[in-house]
Write a protein that binds this ligand. Structure first.
Ligand code: NAD
Length: 493
């Protein structure tokens, strides 16, 4: 496989970093080099912010909503036409199976088209006249300015699209800092932005470390907003840094989502959703349903079927179309998962499947780990509370609804939650009482371009997707007009 070279994308041009430094992106399947990437630092970041500011103040502000929509639709068409290349690149860079990476390109296309349609629907309000005939008031909904996007390594292309297309549709310009581990598809996306004809400086992509480029972006006095998807520790640091100029922040952070399986659930469906909820993308999903709360009456049958399903998942080279679980994204993520498995054993949980690396020869050089499940887990254990971000789930038994709800909410995160039951009244009662930004009933992983997505508690704040996102990418300006010539006599002058 040919190693691809990627440069920074600043002011509409692909350029080397000013330091000339590069870094490699590694295929987690066999540790071969996927790409050699120019490594940005603060000097490059400053140039990107300056370009984004100039574009915001100039070119982009003069582009009509119709033209913005046309550009975004052209970008969507280009993504669609390049699905094979993008999904193969994503699979090699991140380890996600081809079936999933192709799905994520299709999803990214939906998001872009949704926001293309939104360009003409962003508007302020006219207030009811409190003093009819005297004053007229209305609000303008304006872009925030330069938006900094910071993305994680687990869904690189999708996150790059979430951080750029909506911000542009709302009239902002963007500087994107992709995760160092998986920067390739964000830079391939930059190429498509250029091909689509977006004006210079509207989108800029600067790969580099979080400490150097990410921090510089978060602290920058000329950046008006940061949208970060990442770990909650990083999120907290970004909030601290954002105080430099009181920029606003949207935080999409981690999760430890409860998936409650009630005694009346259709067992096959519940097991199917539990497997998908936990093992999609090798468990490297912020919304992974990692805490399986299972009613004691069906616990043993559920666990037995879950193990059967887990042991049948086709694991292997992400580029093989039949693969459903690839490797973890990096050696350090594999180590982290292995450490947590040891923690689980030490805590007294029962390892009932997995807990080791697959033995197939094709997995020998990759960061593979088998689907893993612990039973006999107490909700206070670390493996029940901390985000592992790998294919490791825990089963916690419950005896009644109140206990299930209590344990489901007893965690620092609140990104997603789900339940499997035939009792719709119970389902809706739980939906209102679960502390999570998304609740799935008899399904998992549903996220659409037109519905709000985000967290409660340490899973962050702000929402992405849907109309709710406009609130975070724009600000309101109130305009008052005096309809008469009178100045009033407040000062008696
Ligand atoms: P991370 O927090 O380590 O990194 C995320 C991004 O922040 C990267 O681009 C990184 O370089 C940058 N960064 C790191 N330190 C920084 C700093 N000091 N200043 C500025 N930027 C900095 O997260 P990760 O390991 O890449 O991704 C996994 C995490 O992301 C998990 O916690 C996962 O749950 C979360 N995640 C959340 C969502 C969501 O939508 N809520 C989606 C995907 C992943």
């Amino acid at each position: 496989m040919q190693v691809r070279k990627f440069q920074l994308f600043i002011d509409g041009k692909f350029v080397d970093s000013q330091s000339g430094m590069t870094f490699e992106s590694i295929n987690p399947h066999d540790q071969s080099t996927v790409g050699i990437i120019s490594k940005g630092d603060i000097v490059d970041l400053n140039a990107a912010v300056a370009a984004a500011r100039a574009a915001y103040d100039g070119r982009w502000s003069r582009v009509t909503p119709g033209e913005k929509a046309r550009l975004l639709n052209r970008l969507a068409d280009l993504l669609e036409a390049n699905t094979d290349d993008l999904s193969r690149l994503e699979s090699m860079d991140n380890g996600m199976p081809l079936a999933l990476s192709a799905f994520s390109v299709a999803d990214a296309v939906n998001v872009i088209r949704y926001w293309a349609g939104m360009t003409s629907k962003i508007h302020g309000l006219t207030s009811t006249a409190m003093r009819p005939g005297e004053f007229h008031g209305y609000s303008l909904r304006e872009p925030v300015g330069v938006v900094g996007g910071i993305t994680p390594w687990n869904a690189p292309l999708m996150m790059a699209v979430w951080k750029t297309a909506p911000a542009l549709a709302c009239g902002n310009t963007v500087v994107l800092k992709p995760a160092s581990l998986t920067p390739c598809t964000a830079l391939a996306l930059a190429n498509l932005y250029a091909q689509a004809g977006f004006p210079e400086g509207t989108v800029n992509v600067v790969p580099g470390s979080g400490e150097a480029v990410g921090s510089a972006l978060a602290e920058h006095m000329d950046v008006d907003k940061i949208a970060i998807t990442g770990d909650h520790v990083t999120g907290r640091r970004i909030v601290e840094m954002s105080a430099s100029n009181l920029k606003t922040v949207t935080l999409e952070l981690g999760g430890k989502s409860p998936h409650i399986i009630f005694e009346d659930a259709d067992l096959d469906t519940a097991v199917g959703h539990a497997l998908i909820g936990l093992f999609t993308n090798s468990g490297q999903a912020c919304v992974a349903g990692t805490r399986l709360l299972v009613h004691e009456a069906i616990h043993d049958r559920f666990v037995e079927r879950f193990i059967q399903g887990a042991e049948q998942i086709p694991i292997g080279n992400p580029l093989d179309p039949s693969t459903r679980m690839g490797p973890l994204a990096s050696a350090s993520q594999l180590r982290k998962v292995q450490e947590y498995v040891e923690v689980g054993k030490q805590e007294g949980a029962i390892l009932c499947t997995g807990g080791h690396r697959p033995t197939a020869p094709e997995c020998a050089n990759g960061f593979y780990f088998a689907p893993t499940l612990f039973t006999g887990v107490d909700n206070r254990m670390r493996i029940a509370q901390e985000e592992i971000f790998g294919p490791v789930g825990v089963v916690i038994k419950f005896r009644d609804d109140e206990q299930a709800l209590c344990m489901a909410n007893d965690v620092i995160y609140g990104l997603a939650a789900g339940l499997q039951t035939k009792d719709l009244k119970r389902a809706h009662r739980f939906a209102s009482r679960l502390q999570a930004g998304t609740v799935w009933i008899n399904t998992w992983h549903m996220v659409e371009a037109n519905t709000p997505f985000g967290g409660y508690k340490l899973s962050g704040y702000g929402r992405e997707n849907g109309f709710a996102m406009i609130e975070h990418l724009t600000r309101l300006k109130q305009v008052w007009v005096d309809l008469n010539d009178s100045v009033g006599d407040l000062l008696g002058a």
